[in-house]
Ligand binder design. Structure first.
Ligand code: NDP
Length: 278
């Protein structure tokens, strides 16, 4: 008997990275999982991983589609209910940052980029929660959102729009938590720092640039005090903790930072003034 025996979970963005690791962990611990993403090849890799970790096809439901589309959201719920009969856990993990092809960054990036990021990172979550709400109330379920330390309070000027979306997501987490706790539905969130997934690749960086970026930050302890990027399994483990009523029943509406210490460091204290001013 695992922690999630008899539980049914929908994990968005489970064709890669953090979502995949979460689906694998929840399935390994007994959950029936709906896995989803746009790429059938990548979803198949997730299914293979679940199988490798002892999961059975009977406990896996696959939905391919674009989460921005209403039809995909509806199908996620309809097929989960028809395969497994209920929804206990909703993990809103799908998300991405998009670069402006013109190279403009921050608030100079095109407004269409802002719209695209808001649509995926925030609007799709609002819509999916609306649609799952009666089912989660019926099961006294759990929602875990995947936010980011880009939500602040420190600004990241390369990712201004992305940060705004995730800050909105954090406020959604708090508002939903208060709305839904009278129905015994819990809502929480995780805020990762830099995690080695396909995230930077999806921004448009080539493999070599991703590697150099991760190495650079990992070797600068004023960027990542832990001296390494995070692993998707580490985030999955925190998500599972928040999705498990027995472990975290009294945590309501929180966004838990998991970033190797990144948000603890400010540039100023990390520079040695005695050397700089000598
Ligand atoms: P990945 O790029 O590895 O995974 C992103 C997932 O989202 C994929 O499964 C992708 O599936 C799915 N996705 C993207 N767009 C859509 C869409 N339009 N419709 C359906 N699914 C979509 O990145 P991560 O695992 O790192 O990202 C997971 C979450 O973690 C995101 O919300 C991200 O913002 C957050 N995060 C990541 C950090 C990091 O450093 N990696 C740091 C902080 C937060 P597919 O391509 O098959 O459509």
């Amino acid at each position: 008997m695992g922690r999630f025996s008899d539980k049914v979970a929908i994990i968005t963005g489970s064709s890669s990275g953090i979502g995949r690791s979460t689906a694998v962990l929840l399935a390994q611990e007994g959950a029936k999982v709906t896995v989803t993403g746009r790429s059938s090849e990548k979803i198949q890799e997730t299914v293979n991983e679940i199988h490798k970790n002892g999961g059975s096809s009977d406990n896996i439901n696959i939905v391919l589609g674009d989460l921005n589309e209403s039809e995909c959201q509806d199908e996620l719920i309809k097929s989960t209910l028809s395969r497994f009969g209920k929804i206990d856990i909703l993990i809103n993990n799908a998300g991405a940052a998009f670069a402006d092809p013109s190279g403009k960054i921050g608030s100079e990036a095109a407004i269409g980029i802002f719209d695209d990021m808001m649509k995926l990172n925030l609007r799709s979550v609002v819509e999916l929660v609306k649609k799952c709400r009666p089912h989660l109330i019926a099961s006294k379920g759990e929602i875990v959102n995947v936010s980011s330390i880009a939500a602040g309070p420190q600004p990241y000027i390369y990712y201004t729009y992305y940060g705004i979306c995730k800050a909105g997501l954090d406020q959604l987490t708090r508002s939903l938590a208060l709305e839904l706790i009278p129905f015994d539905v819990r809502v929480n969130s995780v805020s990762p720092g830099l995690i080695s997934t396909n995230f930077l690749g999806a921004v448009g960086m080539g493999d070599d640039v991703v590697k150099k970026t991760e190495e650079y930050y990992s070797t600068h302890r004023d960027c990542i005090p832990a001296g390494r990027t995070g692993k998707p399994e580490e985030i999955a483990s925190l998500i599972a903790f928040l999705a498990d009523r027995k472990s975290s029943a009294y945590i309501i509406g929180q966004s838990i930072v998991i970033d190797g210490g990144t948000t603890l460091v400010l540039g100023m204290p990390s520079h040695d003034l005695s050397k700089a001013l000598a």
